[in-house]
Ligand binder design. Structure first.
Ligand SMILES: Nc1ncnc2c1ncn2[C@@H]1O[C@H](COP(=O)(O)OP(=O)(O)OP(=O)(O)O)[C@@H](O)[C@H]1O
Length: 647
């Protein structure tokens, strides 16, 4: 049977113009290109737009619309199944003579598509994935500490930093430090409050102690970084707190620690391009780099980071593997921790069980802890999961745990805990006044935006710049006490609807809301602008200065920085944010809004990420029909080959 022309394929309305442009480009250059290849190329680009680095042919064949996250459509499924190759073998057969596809690294390096096994890649993502896997493996395997480390000193330092607690057999924080002393890559994963930053701070103490005994030509050069400005500021704050709590107070070198920077700023992002100033030819001169919120680092950014990091630099990635991955392609942290899935499935007492004998011997020598050692892949030797939360054990932690375990009944149960830290608000509909009440007054003792509005009304203590700065900082703090997070962007239960609702409710209480910038309007920056010094995800407040200008103020390492509101072209109102945009931030009280109907973006990871943004109180807003059970059951899948490459 001759396949129908591409325009008759059931793809049209759901593809982006960009996806179609790729197919058109290929066809124009080679009119003999099989339509199945044109369609597969367009779908591959489409999946990249959804955060996948490849198109898995067997999954697409088994469940086309589900794989593409399109609405269920049995007719479309049947047509796609009939027309596309079922797997890599069929694809190789059908596309053998096309100049557009190379088979792995065989064939033309100019071919824009790469078929590797059952996966079809856009070449750029295939190359990036291969390069990243090579970087990660070589860092995780290179024995550096094993030959050069002063082991008695390391053992003694770790013993002092992590005194054995009675009744605990393995101190995983101590183990994480021991592993970080051994190789040039360590991954420390764990939920909120499991002590990742505490561990990193103590690792810095150990590294300084070892460096002082065996000094190099320069003092220890430390870098602190995170994907967003907010997360970077939190990292530095937590490191400072952890160092201040050391028995002898903060070490002398603590005052010389650099400010934590966003990864884009650390790498020297070139405005308007995807390129960075720091590359393999102009590397970052660091001895150790700590990167927090690593779950938000996408494939290309992680690769750019590793390209720019000399082989001798120790890289420590901190993050929560269960959180949403970045919106861009790749789920690097989750892939690095994928060997841990067995633990997650069984959830038994075993803990970090993928170590081999050599790792076990190393940890035993440095810490005296005896690890279970059933063996595991190379990269797993440098991964530690911390599972004991130190500030997240109450009701919020239980809801998060139930969601993570995929247990809808336990989630419902945990939402009705006897204390008031968690609650589920079930409005009768969009106009239920309880919703406005939640946004303005909060819930019980847990704040809404009321305290922010009150402080805004009070204004600065006097007309001096110092008073304005103090007021601006206090407002930023008050604003950060509460946040509405939505699963969706649009609609009455999405970010746009909630921003409008909150503006209207606050206007009734005295906020002078305007169409564009108005005093009190919180904004989120939506595009990096290094010249203005603002980055995607930064949150600021629009305020009237004593001389009558409208400026957007941001907190910058405890100081106020401001930008004329008229110059901030790419920004949106930020009373409500998507859960994605709130990653890396925490708020005292979080209201997480579900939509009325199921949507493919609703997933376990999205709920977990939303819930774990709450420090003290969490309110789930579940309108009639809200698909809580569906969301808990749905796992975010990221198609890609990184996990396999590093195993
Ligand atoms: N071994 C420990 N002994 C005592 N307190 C600890 C220990 N580990 C962590 N803590 C405390 O637990 C709290 C949470 O630790 P930390 O901030 O390091 O967690 P985290 O995993 O980095 O959290 P988040 O993901 O939210 O940033 C902090 O107050 C920290 O001082």
């Amino acid at each position: 049977m001759t396949p129908p022309p591409l325009q008759e394929w059931p793809l049209g309305p759901l593809l982006r113009p960009l996806d179609r442009a790729l197919a058109t480009w290929l066809r124009e250059r080679d009119p003999h290109t099989p339509d199945s290849l044109l369609a597969a190329a367009a779908l591959c680009a489409h999946l990249e737009g959804q955060g996948h680095s490849c198109l898995p042919l067997p999954a697409l064949h088994a469940a086309p619309s589900a794989t593409l996250a399109w609405p269920a459509d049995p007719a479309l499924d049947e047509q796609l199944r009939d027309r596309l190759p079922a797997d890599g073998a069929q694809a190789r057969d059908r596309w053998r003579s096309s100049p557009w596809v190379s088979l792995g690294d065989q064939g033309s390096p100019a071919a824009p598509l790469v078929l590797e096994g059952d996966r079809l890649y856009l070449r750029r993502y295939w190359q990036t994935e291969c390069r990243l896997a090579a970087h990660l493996l070589s860092r995780a395997q290179a024995d550096v500490g094993e030959h050069t480390l002063d082991r008695p000193l390391a053992r003694q330092t770790l013993a002092a930093l992590f005194p054995a607690a009675p009744g605990t057999d393995i101190d995983w924080q101590r183990v994480a430090c021991a592993l970080a002393l051994r190789r040039r890559l360590t991954v420390i994963t764990g939920g909120p409050g499991t002590g990742k930053t505490y561990t990193a701070a103590r690792l810095l103490v150990a590294l300084h102690a070892l460096h002082t005994q065996h000094p190099g030509p320069t003092p220890l050069r430390v870098g602190l970084s995170a994907p967003t400005g907010k997360a970077a500021a939190r990292l530095r704050e937590s490191i400072d707190q952890a160092l201040a709590r050391l028995p002898g107070g903060p070490p002398v070198w603590a005052s010389a620690l650099p400010a934590a920077r966003t990864l884009h700023s650390l790498l020297g992002a070139r405005p308007g391009t995807r390129a960075f100033r720091h590359t393999a030819h102009n590397p970052l001169m660091l001895d150790v780099l700590i990167v927090d919120e690593a779950s938000m680092v996408h494939l290309e950014l992680m690769t750019a980071l590793l390209d720019a990091l000399p082989a001798r630099t120790r890289l420590v990635l901190l993050g929560d593997k269960d959180q949403l991955a970045s919106v861009e392609a790749g789920a690097v942290l989750a892939d690095l921790c994928a060997h841990d899935a067995a633990y997650d499935a069984a959830h038994d007492a075993a803990h970090n069980t993928a170590y081999d004998t050599s790792t076990r011997d190393w940890v035993d020598e440095l810490t005296g802890c005896t690890l279970p050692a059933p063996g595991g892949p190379a990269l797993a030797q440098q991964v530690v999961a911390l599972r004991q939360s130190r500030r997240f054990e109450g009701a919020i932690g239980q809801v998060a745990q139930a969601v993570n375990a995929g247990n809808a009944a336990a989630t419902e149960g945990a939402l009705h805990a006897p204390d008031d830290t968690v609650a589920c608000l079930r409005p009768r509909g969009e106009t239920d006044p309880a919703l406005d009440g939640l946004a303005t007054q909060g819930r019980g003792p847990h704040p809404g935006y009321g305290p922010y509005l009150e402080l805004l009304r009070q204004g600065p203590a006097d007309k001096s710049p110092a008073a304005f700065d103090a007021w601006g900082l206090a407002l930023l703090q008050a604003f950060d006490r509460f946040r509405v997070l939505c699963a969706l962007r649009e609609g009455p239960w999405g970010v746009s609807g909630w921003n409008a609702r909150i503006e209207a409710a606050l206007a009734e209480q005295g906020l002078r809301v305007g169409r564009e910038a108005y005093p009190g309007r919180p904004v989120m920056v939506t595009r990096n602008d290094p010249q203005l010094g603002v980055f995607n995800g930064d949150i600021g407040l629009t305020l009237k200065t004593p001389d009558g200008q409208l400026r957007v103020v941001f907190a910058d390492c405890g100081r106020l920085r401001s930008v004329a509101a008229s110059r901030l072209a790419d920004a949106q109102t930020a009373f409500a944010l998507t859960v994605h945009k709130a990653q890396g931030s925490e708020f005292e009280h979080v209201a997480l809004v579900l939509p009325e109907r199921d949507n493919p973006v609703l997933s376990r990871e999205l709920l977990y990420t939303g819930i774990t943004r709450a420090r003290k109180a969490f309110t789930l807003v579940a309108p009639p029909g809200a698909p809580l059970a569906e969301a808990v059951a749905r796992r975010t899948v990221r198609f890609g080959g990184l996990g396999e490459r590093v195993r």
